[in-house]
Structure formats: C-alpha cells, structure tokens
Design a protein around this ligand. Structure first.
Ligand code: ZN
Length: 486
C-alpha cells in the first residue's frame, strides 16, 4: 500500500475526543485510512505533497446535502408560497401531478450536485431534494444513477429515495389543506427498502443507504411507524424534516392533537441514527405557545439535528438556540440544503444566528460550528471514523487555501476561515484516500458545460410554473423582477 504524506501550515487533527490544531502539521494516508497526524512522521512514505499556506482538515459531513437545482431563488423575493406555485393547487393535485424533469435530467442533477458538494469540501453527503417538482416521491432509478455518480466521482454518500403519504394543497379560497395517499407512501417505503438491499455498503463502502420519509406533515402515522421499524431493523439512518416551520407545527397539532416530537415518540419513529432537519419550532420556542414536552423528548430520543442556518436565515428564521441544544447534549450536525452548498458560509452564518439568538457573542464560537460540520455530522450517523483526522480514521479531508488575497490575516485558521473564507477557497478534496479534487479540478467534469445544462433545465422547469400555480398567472407575474424592466 502506498503512503502519502500531506503537509500544510495548519493541520486539524483529533486527539482525546476533540480537534487539535497542528502548526506545520503532517497527515499520512495509507490506503483508505489516516495512518498518522502530527508534526513529524518517522516512517517511509512514497510521496509528499506540501500545500504550504493552507489548512488540511477533516472533510465536511452534509446531513441535508443539496442534490437538485435549488429553487430558493424562486421564493427569495416572491411571496407568499401558496400564490407563487410553491404549494400545489387542488386542481393540479386532482388532475394528477406530473414529473417536471425527465429521468435523464434527474440523473444529471444528482451528478451535477455531487460535483458542487465536492468543490465545497464536503466528503459525506445525505442528498436532499424538493418534491415540489415531482409527481410524488423520488424514484429508485434516479438513485441507482446517483449511486453510479457518487462512485464515479468518489463521493461518500448515504442514499435513499424520498417518499411520502401526503401533500399540502391550496384551494381556490387560498386555504391550505391536505391530500393523503397512504398506499402510495407505503409503496415508496417498500421501494426504499429494496434500494437498501441493493446498495447498502457497496462501491467499496462509499455508498451506504438511508430512509428519507420527506416531512412529518406529509407522513401519516403509519408511515412514520413503519419507517422507524425499518430503520431499526436494517440499522440505517432515517431523516425526516421536522420542527421546520410554524405551519408544520400547527398542522401536526391540528391533525393529531400532539406536537411533532410527540407524534414521533408515539409512533416509535426514533432509531439509532435519526436525523431531524431543522429544529426551529418546538414547544415554547420561536413563538410556539402549545405546551408539549418537546425538549425532553428530543433529548431522550438521541436524535440529531441537521442545522442549516443559511437557508433558514434566508427565510428570516433562526435556531433558538444552538447554545441551548448543545448544552442539552443534543447532537448537532450541519446541512447545506440550498445553493451554494457552501459549508463554510453555513458555519459563518451559523455563528451569527447563534449569537443573535442568544443576544450574546460569548456562548457560541467558530469551533462549535466547525465541530457541527465535522464530528457532529459523523456522530449523527454513528460513524466515529468520519469527521476527524487521527490514526485509523477514514482518509476524508479537505484542503483550504489561506493565502488568497480575500482571506485576510491569520492568527487562527478556523476563526479566519469563518470570517473571510468561503467554499471557493477549498482547493483539494480527498475521500477514502483518493483525491477527488486536485487544485480545483474534478477529473472528467466540465464545469461550464454542467452549468449550461443546469440553467437550460431550470429554464424549462420555470416555464411550467403557471400550470401548477394557483389561478395560473403568467411566469412574469409569479416571479417579479427586483426592479421594473427598463
Ligand atoms: Zn431542509
């Protein structure tokens, strides 16, 4: 087995349960694993790469990894969602919703998204995509293609097609209601189980599987119950959007007479690796006055939160609070969930929103968010070999340049990174001992061509909006320009 030594001005190693900064450090990789982290390796190596003024750190774990063409741009300034095509009209639902992308387009989107994740230093990804644009759930065919793309690009993934038994609809009276189709949800779960059987721990361990019931408000109790059962039986992670919005919280209380977390507890949903994006709306938090033991249920469940501060802040929302959940011992991992899938930007916004939530700058620091993006995500997946660089750990790492004109001054690389850095500063990425990006280049990927194809698909999708927007206004009316056109 070849041994490669990687050196840089800074190395983030892991000693006695926490990250440690090594000035002028060395990481030695042998095969798919880290052999050594420290200042001086005495054994023989077959090659040495010196990255100079850079930081080598553990690869980021993305628990809610953007995997489609992000449509945040469509909702950024265009409100409210039910009048802007972001809730299906009753008539569209009745006519039978359809796929807005072809199978080839969906396969391309995963590959394209995976390249963006790698470029941002993400080494483990649990893909998430919007079901607004789908006939119903995600398909196993597109996830078969995603497994191929991940293996080809060298990205470590947890894959599972999203499924659901319900959907929000808006009537001509502008009121939001539900459409349920439980058999369709259970069929989606059955497909997901077959996907697990075909793909779990394949491609040299790069491809693992997961269950992805979409959201708590679009899942019937039976679907939640069975999902939890399968997650425990197969020992795979299960991820469910939960405690994400006020609307969701109120709808769950209205329908089931209990809070979202009470519903999860009472359907025995929790499994050894339960991941809940986004942890914003719980009893007593963010204006929720409904009384429920949400915090106790969360702490006792062992579930991890997937914190996605950038997308939430774009929508005017923040976790209340990071410090509180951390101090309760809740595992907090990170998700990108929006474009750009920039974990560095997410960490930076995460520090800001945590401090705004506390009204205090002293309780949450750069290391807290860096932990969440590395060890937090790994712990959420019960993967002690990920998110940390030490002997015997997976050789998943990223290299971040500290010598760009934009980076400013460095006394500590993590703090400087969160102040001045972005995903664009990631230069090299290694996953399972293989360089998947070298000096900004992902082998075999034509970025300009990918961007053009993505834009063309997006344009075609936007043209289909009037058909599935309440009262069918023209595209120009749904998506108003920032200023009148001149
Ligand atoms: Zn999300």
């Amino acid at each position: 087995m070849t041994r490669t030594a990687l050196t840089a001005k800074w190395v983030v190693g892991h000693v006695d349960g926490s990250h440690r900064l090594f000035p002028n450090g060395t990481v030695v990789v042998e095969g798919t694993q880290v052999l050594y982290v420290g200042h001086r390796f005495d054994g023989a190596v077959s090659r040495t790469i010196n990255f100079g003024e850079a930081m080598i750190g553990p690869g980021f774990v993305d628990l809610d990894a953007l995997s489609d063409l992000d449509t945040t741009v469509l909702g950024y300034d265009n409100h409210p969602p039910e009048l802007k095509g972001r809730v299906w009209p009753q008539t569209y639902m009745q006519a039978g919703p359809r796929e807005m992308y072809t199978p080839e387009e969906l396969a391309f989107q995963k590959r394209y998204a995976f390249t963006r994740l790698i470029r941002n230093g993400i080494t483990t990804a649990l893909p998430i995509a919007s079901l607004f644009y789908r006939a119903w759930g995600e398909t196993t065919a597109e996830f078969d293609a995603a497994a191929d793309a991940a293996a080809d690009l060298g990205l470590r993934v947890y894959l599972g097609p999203a499924y659901r038994s319900g959907n929000l609809v808006v009537g001509a009276d502008r009121k939001i209601g539900f459409h349920y189709d439980e058999p369709r949800g259970l069929a989606g779960l059955a497909d997901a189980v077959r996907f697990i059987d075909r793909h779990e721990d394949t491609r040299g361990g790069l491809v693992r599987t997961m269950l992805a019931p979409d959201r708590i408000e679009t899942s019937t109790p039976e679907l939640l119950r069975r999902s939890g059962q399968v997650a425990r039986d197969r020992n795979v992670p299960v991820r469910l959007h939960c405690c994400q919005s006020r609307l969701e919280y109120d709808l769950v209380v209205q329908q089931h007479g209990k809070s979202p977390l009470e519903l999860l507890r009472d359907t025995a949903f929790f499994a050894p690796a339960t991941i809940l994006p986004h942890g914003l709306f719980l009893s007593g938090i963010n204006g929720i006055t409904h009384v429920a033991p949400d915090l106790e249920i969360l702490a006792a469940s062992g579930a991890a939160l997937a914190h996605c501060p950038l997308v939430m802040a774009r929508g005017g929302k923040l976790m209340q609070s990071f410090a509180r959940f951390r101090d309760m011992g809740v595992t907090i991992g990170m998700g990108t969930d929006t474009h750009p899938p920039d974990m560095i930007q997410n960490m930076a916004v995460g520090v800001m929103t945590a401090r705004i939530a506390e009204g205090d700058a002293t309780t949450v620091g750069a290391a807290d968010l860096y932990n969440a993006a590395t060890t937090g995500g790994a712990d959420a997946l019960n993967r002690p070999d990920l998110g940390r660089l030490a002997e015997g750990m997976a050789a998943d790492l990223n290299v971040i340049r500290l010598d760009t004109p934009e980076m400013g001054q460095v006394i500590d690389p993590i703090q400087t990174l969160l102040l001045n850095g972005s995903g664009r500063d990631v230069s090299d990425v290694m996953i399972a001992g293989r360089f998947v990006m070298r000096d900004g280049v992902i082998h075999g990927v034509d970025d300009a061509d990918y961007r053009e194809r993505a834009q063309a698909q997006f344009d075609r999708m936007v043209m289909q909006y009037p058909d599935r927007t309440l009262f069918h206004p023209p595209v120009e009316e749904i998506f108003a320009p920032s200023y009148p056109l001149g």
